[in-house]
Design a protein. Structure first.
Length: 390
């Protein structure tokens, strides 16, 4: 029974359908004496036998798949490559190789390969849409052309192609400073001992602990240390993924690009960044890790309402100094204000409402800056309007 099961295992659903047609044709033809049905039954049997014969033979090919580059921006060029090697010491008969590419499959007809011989073929990976595209693992296929019987062996590994959202370069994003000894220096002078800047003459009211006695003795005038403040922004970004907040996919893509541009600029600027997609935290240690994570962000049909999203994001946003809330144009501005009030007065909150084609504008709703973003290239200007970019 086991041998029979193994022999019939390669038969596909199409093959079993043909077998059923053949069996019914034989039964009816034999009972009623219809030769035509018996001919159909014989044809079905021959087709099955030939298909099973096509699956005979070893599938001992080594197959490797890679994609270059492993990361592209939407619409960029990405080329996959399949490499097939016959590692055996004798001829390997021809076979078909299938490489899953996202929801599709790339098919390659590989001819007979001699001992150690290799086959290599490039293929284009479509990148018209932001996503994480799994490529591979490859499958070595033996079977007939009609798909009546098929035997496959999975070989190699899966590689992921990250299709990043489009981003734009922004000026240094600097607002809502928090003091941090590990932060960036600014031009704001401070008498506190944070980062040494220069020496200057003593004026009444200066802290005598900061007198530099060696220089004072040399010059005969009291000299004090002048320090600069070091401050570091912690930028929080919350992206609404509720599908009811966005008019269409194009508008949501604009929102994802806004998040990517803000986060990437802040990380390059060595600021701390926390990003939430809905209630899910995204990796944001480096610009690359953030853009990788944004490649897989999708809208959720029954996502969190905006106010609930703000409430759930509070634990992750406790230490932020600036918060950007990115929403779609289907969100009522009153709900944006109510959501932003959840974060408290110690946080500078900017709500970015994305509406494709809208003119860049800014208005105040309570303590919240609500800015309209119609094009990604307008982002630097709307941030300047909101007082969070320069």
């Amino acid at each position: 029974m086991t041998l029979l099961r193994r022999a019939l295992a390669p038969i596909t659903s199409l093959g079993w359908t043909i077998a059923a047609i053949g069996a019914v044709s034989w039964w009816v033809g034999a009972r009623l004496g219809w030769e035509e049905l018996l001919i159909i039954a014989g044809a079905c049997l021959v087709a099955l036998l030939l298909a099973l014969l096509a699956t005979v033979g070893r599938l001992a090919l080594h197959i490797d798949v890679d994609v270059e580059p492993p990361r592209v921006v939407v619409g960029g060029d990405a080329v996959g490559r399949v490499r097939v090697v016959n590692p055996r010491g004798r001829l390997a008969l021809g076979s078909r190789v299938e490489v899953p590419v996202g929801a599709g499959v790339a098919v390659f007809e590989v001819g007979a390969l001699g001992a150690g011989e290799r086959y290599e073929e490039p293929f284009v990976v479509p990148t018209h849409r932001r996503s994480i595209i799994p490529v591979g693992p490859a499958r070595s296929i033996k079977g007939d052309a009609l798909g009546i019987a098929r035997r496959e062996v999975v070989s190699g590994r899966q590689v992921d192609l990250y299709v990043h959202p489009r981003t734009t370069v922004l000026p240094s994003f600097s607002a809502g400073w928090i003091r941090d000894l590990e932060g960036r220096t600014t031009n704001d002078l401070s008498p506190s001992d944070v980062a040494f800047h220069t020496l200057r003459e003593y004026v009444p009211g200066d802290d005598r602990r900061h007198i530099h006695w060696r220089t004072t003795a040399r010059l005969g005038t009291l000299m004090v240390r002048q320090f600069v403040d070091t401050r570091r922004s912690h930028l929080g970004i919350v992206l609404s993924t509720d599908a009811t907040d966005w008019i269409d996919d194009e508008e949501f893509e604009l929102g994802v690009s806004v998040v990517g541009s803000l986060g990437r600029t802040a990380l390059v600027d060595e600021q701390e960044v926390t990003v939430l997609s809905g209630s899910d935290a995204l990796a944001s240690q480096t610009p690359q890790s953030l853009l990788d994570a944004l490649s897989g962000v999708e809208q959720v049909p029954d996502g969190l309402p905006l106010r609930e999203l703000a409430r759930r994001s509070l634990p992750a946003m406790r230490s932020v100094s600036v918060l950007a809330l990115v929403v779609g144009s289907d969100v009522d501005p009153r709900f944006v204000r109510l959501a932003c009030e959840s974060y408290g007065s110690h946080v500078t909150v900017v709500a970015l409402r994305c509406r494709v084609g809208a003119e860049a504008s800014r208005r105040r709703i309570g303590n919240v800056s609500l800015v309209e973003v119609g094009r990604l290239d307008d982002l630097a200007r709307v941030l300047a309007l909101a007082g969070t970019g320069r």
